[in-house]
Design a protein around this ligand. Sequence first.
Ligand code: SAH
Length: 202
Amino acid sequence: MITKSQLAIQLSKLRTFTNPILKLEQYATDSETAAEIIWTAYLDNDIENRTIADLGSGTGVLAYGCLILGAKKVYLVEKDKEANKIASHNLSQFKNFKIIKSDIKDFRKKVDIVIQNPPFGTKTIHADREFLKKAMQVSKKIYSLHKTSTKDFISTFAKKNNFRIKRIISFSHPIKQTYKHHKKSIHRTKVSCFVLEKISCS
Ligand code: SAH
């Protein structure tokens, strides 16, 4: 069994985006942040033997973490062909995953858990909302990374869809210089992983 810091180290060695597409808000989740999210989910019994969807899977950082900690199957849903190639390389040691080259809106499989780092909606307005909506359609438990400042929106959106925020894990998320408009080599934004759970009727 690996530790959380070993997980972060393994994730930091994965291949990342070579030519990130700004419009798709392609930012790989930083390895420490990804390890923290996946570890929290693991301790909450949401990884081992679970069927998981990683929506907007990019280069497969989150999926890798789920697979190494014993997920039963992981679906990676990503519309960018280049990102899918990198993810396929990163996950080559595993068999129990499927990369689906598609827009997340066309994904319909029911899963136990969704783990996602969606676009924050800064380039495509409401992209974050579309991801949350899809996650709520296919799963009863969601780990979703967003800007901390969107908490009120997420809380209202969750309530409307019969979900509740179970917990919030906050980070000072380093975004490495990915695009030309980034002036500092590392830029920090406050982000949080919102753990959402469906409110059962019973
Ligand atoms: N989950 C990855 C990548 C995050 S960046 C990680 O944690 O590292 C967000 C990803 O969502 C990008 O790879 C982008 O190409 C993808 N994406 C954006 N909109 C999408 C959509 N509508 N359908 C499928 N993928 C989408």
